[in-house]
Design a protein around this ligand. Structure first.
Ligand SMILES: *Cc1c(COP(=O)(O)O)cnc(C)c1O
Ligand SMILES: [Zn+2]
Length: 438
């Protein structure tokens, strides 16, 4: 094995390169800090930017395994150490970059785009990271490492992705879910894939602490799949690369993304960093993270200029996938936000409800987290940070169909500005015209 990619300490305590798949590790052996995946950038740079662009463009949607995937189409930048035979892929990525012309016109931003990452095998962007993680586990198992199962704590979407990829790879999976805090669709997904589902009487942060304790026990046969594992970030970073590719290799002015455990925003930063390092881009976008007001530790830290950070106890929010009070990737996220002139916004329940419904009315079908990001966009416009001529990308993180109760509650409620109800009528043409007022 070469050292085309490797782990290194995120805290910078040494410049040692650690082999990716020789042993199971999640932390720096010296300081116990989290790890990052690094790449041999000098070797990658010997390929000119024009050749990278042409190579990646030529692979989109084609059949040669595994390059048709939006993640594996960029394998050299993601995880070149994995043998193609060990890859489990559902051809994730290559998701629609939707030109939200009608919503943009309403909001006064003409160049508004929604990156529909929820249009994916398990209905969320988590597939982008999970294909790398599960493939890495298959690689480690093929090299003789004694991993018997993969486990994660989840607010619903990570566990759905883990269960599906692990099932396809024929590796047992275990998911730690906070009891009664995820949607019925999200609970059904890992059950259907045959995962061992543990319903924990705690919140997400409690599940996270538990799965970490289990996976980090010496000689544990259980491998940890949460985004503190940097292999997932490598897959998720392709969302930044892919959106630039979809704009014919041009960088937008703003990217807005909902944040919980904050792997997401770290991954965005990593993707844009890679594009710049390879000489493909020179401009940097600004990044905005949207949080629910009821689970807003990053927002609170932002108000101190990131000088302070305090974990909080997250409260109930419709944006249940980002109901997280103690984000694992907080330090990576702050680093990313500093580099990308970042801002953090928050949305109340009313604001996220209205923003999601307003988007739906223009043809989207938003999950509540995308509602948070859309509410953040409205605030950035009101503050004059997003201007009429800016090209803006809102990352939509999950498919609205996973959150049908959220929508049913809104439309069946009494306060929403966009609520809509079925009309119950007799089966006659007259009743139809009468009901329609035509
Ligand atoms: C996981 C998730 C997020 C948050 O991503 P982080 O990397 O945890 O910040 C946002 N939206 C949805 C739908 C998710 O599943
Ligand atoms: Zn270290």
């Amino acid at each position: 094995m070469g050292d085309a990619s490797f782990f290194y300490c995120s805290q910078g305590c040494s410049s040692e390169k650690l082999e990716l798949f020789r042993e199971v590790r999640y932390r720096c052996p010296r300081c116990q800090g989290l790890l990052e995946v690094g790449h041999d950038l000098d070797a990658l740079k010997s390929t000119p930017p024009e050749v990278w662009k042409a190579t990646f463009d030529a692979r989109v949607g084609r059949t040669e395994w595994p390059f048709g995937s939006g993640v594996w189409g960029k394998k050299e930048w993601v995880c070149p150490e994995i043998d193609d035979n060990n890859i489990t892929s559902f051809f994730e990525g290559n998701s629609n970059l939707f030109w939200a012309a009608r919503l943009g016109a309403e909001l006064g931003v003409e160049d508004l785009w929604i990156k529909l990452c929820g249009n994916s095998h398990t209905g969320s962007f988590k597939d982008l990271g999970m294909t790398v993680l599960v493939s890495a586990v298959a690689e480690m198992r093929s090299r003789g490492l004694p991993i018997q199962a993969i486990a994660c704590a989840s607010t619903g979407d990570t566990s759905a992705a883990l269960a599906a990829y692990a099932a396809a790879a024929n590796i047992p999976s275990v998911v730690f879910l906070p009891e009664n805090k995820i949607t019925p669709a999200q609970l059904t997904q890992p059950l259907a894939h045959g995962a061992r589902v543990l319903s924990i009487r705690s919140d997400f942060d409690g599940c996270m602490a538990l799965v970490k304790a289990v996976a980090e026990k010496p000689e544990s046969p259980i491998y940890l799949a949460n985004s503190m594992n940097p292999l997932r970030i490598e897959g998720q970073k392709t969302v930044a690369i892919e959106m630039v590719q979809q704009f014919d290799w041009r960088v937008p002015d703003w990217v807005i993304i909902p944040g919980g455990n904050l792997g997401n925003v770290s991954a965005l930063g990593a993707g844009f960093d890679m594009l710049e390092a390879m000489g493909i881009t020179t401009k940097r976008p600004r990044i905005c993270v949207g949080q629910a007001e009821r689970a807003n530790p990053l927002y609170r830290s932002f108000l101190t200029g990131f000088a302070e950070f305090e974990p909080i106890e997250a409260q109930e929010t419709a944006a249940s996938a980002i109901r997280i009070g103690n984000p694992v990737s907080i330090h990576r996220a702050i680093k990313s936000l500093r580099r990308y002139d970042g801002v953090v916004e928050q949305a109340t329940e009313d604001e996220l409800n209205e923003a999601a419904a307003r988007g739906d009315k223009t043809g989207l079908f938003n999950c509540p987290h995308t509602g948070v990001a859309l509410a953040a966009l409205e605030k950035l416009i009101a503050r004059g940070l997003v201007e009429r001529h800016h090209r803006v990308v809102v990352v939509s993180t999950a498919h609205g169909l996973k959150f049908s109760e959220f929508k049913a509650n809104y439309h069946g409620g009494t306060v929403g500005n966009y609520r809509n109800q079925p009309l119950s009528i007799e089966a006659t043409p007259e009743a139809v015209f009468k009901a329609l007022g035509l």
